[in-house]
Design a protein around this ligand. Structure first.
Ligand code: BTN
Length: 320
């Protein structure tokens, strides 16, 4: 596994392929192929003839025991499995495949996603060991209707976790972007399987920019934790802080609903009172953003009165 090699590579001392092969018990050919893979993934390596390889800078690899050690007792009880992977297509895809009876609390996280999914069919940039990519499964007995506002409530949970980490200035943009200075810090993608009116399972996918080493193909202004608060840019700690907020939210959401998160969402609303355009495919509506109603629908003052917009393919743009 690439991660095994990267965890023994030093950012200080050079190591030869022979030495790495001896240490890991893998063939020299496999070690060389993994070093090539690492470089192809954007991990900067230094090579010196007769000395070997070293990392150009330290890597913040996910450490499952650090995450587990920082979980609150409530969150620890609710985490069924903490599945820390190396390279995956998408943690949401892995979690969707795991979603089955009794899978509440299955968490998948990875160092790198080759096909990270964003909202509205976009790709979520997922460079190796740079950011957080996590997906959590939770079962709901009362159908997809009971999930109304859940993605907004997850935004509040992530904002709270970031605030506990000392990351200040976090705001929410409807429906579920997390911003600092109007630049995207994190995104949330919920996917639901099962009976629309009965037992269903939701996969809550969260992508958080922590230390974007190689930013390629991001088509909007973005920011990472490292830029806001360098001392908070530790992926394992941030993962634990997010799970500490997310797990109690998931386990109580069917009783509490969005209403109990609405005031906090409104207090964090990045677009409150701003001139906005609502885009729905080729159509767009202009108006002033007025926050959200009790179900999490966006309220917009337009020339035709106050209009409500709900999730799906709707997106929001600032006009100011
Ligand atoms: C958005 O477009 O804002 C939503 C981005 C969600 C990205 C996360 S990363 C972990 C999980 N796995 C995915 O493939 N997507 C989500």
């Amino acid at each position: 596994m690439l991660k095994t090699l990267l965890s023994v590579l030093s950012a200080v001392q050079f190591q030869s392929i022979e030495a790495l092969s001896g240490q890991l018990g893998d063939s020299q050919l496999l070690i060389k192929a993994q070093l090539d893979d690492a470089e192809a993934l954007g991990i900067a390596l230094e090579f010196v003839e007769n000395k070997g390889y070293r990392l150009a800078s330290g890597l913040d690899l996910l450490e499952p025991e650090v995450v587990s050690g920082l979980l609150s007792s409530a969150a620890a009880e609710m985490v069924l499995t903490l599945d820390v992977r190396d390279v995956v297509d998408s943690t949401n895809i892995i979690a969707l495949n795991r979603a089955s009876p009794g899978s509440s609390g299955y968490i998948c996280t990875a160092e790198h996603q080759t096909a990270g999914k964003g909202r509205r069919g976009k790709v979520w940039a997922s460079p190796y060991a740079s950011n957080l990519y996590l997906s959590a499964v939770w079962e709901f007995a009362d159908g997809a209707g009971a999930l109304e506002g859940l993605s907004l409530a997850v935004g509040v949970a992530v904002a709270d976790a970031l605030s506990h980490a000392g990351v200040n200035g976090v705001k929410l943009k409807w429906p579920n972007d997390i911003l600092v200075d109007d630049r995207k810090l994190a995104g949330i993608l919920l996917e639901v399987t099962g009976e629309p009116a009965g037992l269903c399972r939701v996969v809550v996918g969260i992508g958080l920019n922590v230390n974007m080493l190689a930013a390629a193909g991001i088509d909007q202004p973005w920011i990472d934790v490292k830029e806001i608060s360098p001392e908070a840019a530790n992926r394992s700690q941030l993962l634990a802080l997010i799970l500490n907020e997310l797990m109690p939210l998931l386990s109580s959401f069917s009783q509490r609903g969005f209403l109990s998160y609405r005031d906090r969402w409104l207090a964090l609303d990045a677009y409150a009172g701003r001139d906005v355009a609502i885009l729905m495919g080729k159509e767009s509506v202009n108006g002033k953003a007025l926050g959200v109603d009790n179900s999490g629908a966006l309220l917009v003052q337009t020339d035709a009165g106050i209009q409500k917009f709900s999730g799906g393919e709707v997106s929001l743009r600032s006009r100011s």
